[in-house]
Design a protein around this ligand. Structure first.
Ligand code: ZN
Length: 220
């Protein structure tokens, strides 16, 4: 079991080092293989470059589906941490297809003065632009918290194949906690849902963010 988790960590470190462009020989035209690091530098809104290469190491491909989900979630969590650094609610998301990251994002509501700028929407928009289609057929989304009604609706519009999420959201979750928009019997799209991936890490991040906010308010 320990060996298995070591393998996951190695895979996560590898994928993340590629995201960060830190692996020698993987940098293409000033960017990394994944082509997604351009967007999420602190506050950056650089236009999307035309690159998209698959970062699929042999080690990563050999992991079990559960371990792969956990590895992708580590990248979503890193996005969520970036959101927290910027004072945004720490939620991160990525859209993947066949082991390639097509879109990556974190909450940007305050940065962009945009009520729709949830991590999932940022990642979906980026993925659709790269995919060249508003229907993201066969794509999966990984997000640190259960999506809200807006994001769940966007996932249906995008025709995603699967949602992987971390913590449940008992206040606004639309994948079963408050509403069940995904897979609603009256809607015409079905999506596989995998809940609870690295749920403790995801909820701890949110808890500590809001605790710090409350402490700052009390002190002020
Ligand atoms: Zn949302």
């Amino acid at each position: 079991m320990e060996a298995c988790w070591s393998l996951v960590l190695v895979a996560v470190e590898f994928v993340w080092s590629v995201v960060e462009g830190e692996v020698d020989g993987l940098v293409v035209d000033g960017c990394c293989w994944l082509g997604c690091c351009w967007y999420n530098r602190k506050g950056a809104t650089t236009p999307m470059p035309k690159i998209s290469k698959i970062a699929k190491s042999i080690e990563f491909a050999q992991l079990s589906p559960t371990s792969q989900d956990a590895a992708w979630m580590e990248i979503a969590l890193e996005q969520a941490r970036r959101a927290a650094e910027l004072g945004e609610v720490p939620v991160g998301a990525l859209v993947i297809k066949d082991g390639e990251i097509l879109g990556l994002g974190h909450n940007r509501n305050l940065l962009d003065n945009d009520p729709t700028a949830h991590a999932e929407i940022i990642a979906l928009r980026q993925a659709a632009a790269r995919f060249g289609n508003h229907r993201l057929v066969g794509c999966e989304i990984v997000v640190t918290i259960e999506p809200c009604a807006m994001c769940a609706g966007a996932m249906i519009h995008a025709r995603l194949a699967r949602l992987v999420y971390g913590a449940s959201d008992p206040k606004a979750g639309a994948a079963g906690s408050v509403l069940d928009i995904l897979n609603h019997p009256r809607l015409n799209h079905r999506m596989q849902v995998t809940p609870g991936v690295s749920a403790n890490k995801c909820s701890e991040l949110l808890k500590s963010f809001f605790q710090a906010k409350r402490s700052a308010t009390t002190r002020g």
